[in-house]
Design a protein around this ligand. Structure first.
Ligand SMILES: *Cc1c(COP(=O)(O)O)cnc(C)c1O
Length: 386
């Protein structure tokens, strides 16, 4: 069956719900057993609210089908999905390799909680490829990848890294939020545990927080046991909205791709812009890997402006009418944030020629978005961009 057919049908059982098309929100802690022996046996499909409901099971099963996974757990946020995935494999004394381009809160988790638990983190150049071999130690349990990199959009050679990691006994965890399994099938490409911040494209409406971790067969039981040990369960309403989002995710993602490419190619022609960081553009250094491994691109990318003062960038951004200034992304509305990786990169140098902006392109008319930015660039120039 095709991907779109799966998205429509996965995890859905109308005749378990009186024929209603969608699985409803089951809320609850207690699940009753019919008699004492059943209670002891714990064989029922549902045992307790933290362990799952028909609502969570529907999204877990659907996501496993979409991601090509043995199983999926749902967590209350993308970040909690990352932490439970890592904690399902590491123990005290282990070593983990993390891409220098990782989502910054992942870095914070490694530097604080993992360090306190006696797990050492080494950050590596995202462009390392098969040379990751030189960084793997006998204690290395995990190679953590994210492609493209958060904010800076470096493309990683995930199949090459996975091959080396597996040969040396390490597992591969990937933050796959940007592409989703629709544009990068993680487990087919060698990833053992794949993370998705459902807060982004699964939601698509900036109205929920949700994380998913999907696992291949080798890593599924450990993930499920660790998840159960933490009882890190997602909220019923957010899971319901996640299921709702799943049905239209392909359409929205394709449109995000179209809008993203339209804005990125326009920005590339602007005299105020030095470079566009978008792996689906032929000019991008990661384009060949993107073309080989990915099936599409989403609506999130960055640009490096030509040298300009902070005040000039402020003048540009503060007057925007259609682009909101705010974190997160993947909603129907366009967003922009300034960013600067200089203060925390440790394995690579981030020293661009000008200020950096990250765009999340929404569903507005593209000409209106361009006009809003055009006025923004005029303010940037008037404020004395160099
Ligand atoms: C937003 C994001 C997360 C975290 O998701 P939350 O639901 O906000 O915790 C993780 N990884 C990436 C790449 C993200 O952009």
């Amino acid at each position: 069956m095709g991907k779109r057919t799966r998205l429509v049908h996965a995890g859905r059982h109308p005749f378990e719900n009186f024929g209603f098309v969608n699985t409803p929100i089951y809320r609850g802690s207690t699940v009753l057993s019919p008699d004492m022996e059943s209670l002891y046996a714990r064989k029922a499909r549902f045992i307790y609210g933290t362990k799952g409901t028909p609502t969570t099971e529907a999204l877990e099963n659907a996501w496993s089908e979409i991601a090509g996974a043995a199983g999926t757990v749902l967590t209350p946020s993308g970040l909690s999905a990352i932490t439970v995935a890592i904690l399902s494999v590491v123990k005290s004394g282990d070593h983990i390799l993390v891409t220098d381009s990782v989502y910054r809160p992942t870095r914070n988790f490694c530097d604080t909680v993992l360090a306190r638990l006696g797990v050492e983190t080494t950050y590596y150049d995202p462009l390392v490829g098969a040379s990751i071999a030189e960084l793997i130690r006998p204690q290395t349990r995990v190679v953590f990848v994210e492609a493209p990199g958060s904010q800076s959009f470096e493309m990683q050679d995930v199949p090459a890294i996975s091959e080396v990691a597996h040969a040396r006994g390490a597992c591969v965890i990937m933050d796959n939020t940007w592409a989703t399994p629709l544009f990068f099938p993680p487990h087919e490409r060698g990833v053992d545990l794949a993370i998705e911040a459902g807060t982004k494209y699964l939601s698509g409406h900036s109205d929920l927080l949700l994380g998913m971790v999907s696992a291949n067969a080798d890593h599924w039981q450990r993930l499920r046991d660790t998840f159960d040990a933490f009882a890190m369960c997602a909220g019923a309403e957010d899971v319901f909205l996640g299921l709702r989002g799943l049905r239209t995710m392909e359409l929205r993602l394709r449109e995000a791709e179209r809008q993203g490419l339209a804005l990125a190619t326009w920005l590339a022609t602007r005299p105020e812009v030095s470079r566009v960081l978008h792996p689906a553009l032929a000019s991008d250094p990661g384009h060949a890997i993107w073309q080989r491994d990915f099936l599409g691109s989403s609506g999130l990318f960055s640009v490096i402006l030509k040298a300009a003062s902070r005040a000039a960038v402020g003048a540009m951004l503060d007057g925007l009418e259609l682009f909101g200034l705010g974190y997160s992304w993947g909603g129907y509305e366009s967003l922009v944030i300034p960013f600067d990786c200089r203060t925390y990169r440790s394995a690579t140098r981030w020293d661009p020629e000008g200020p950096a902006l990250r765009f999340s392109v929404g569903l507005e008319d593209i000409e209106d978005l361009k006009a809003d930015l055009d006025r923004g660039f005029a303010r940037l120039r008037a404020a004395g961009a160099s």
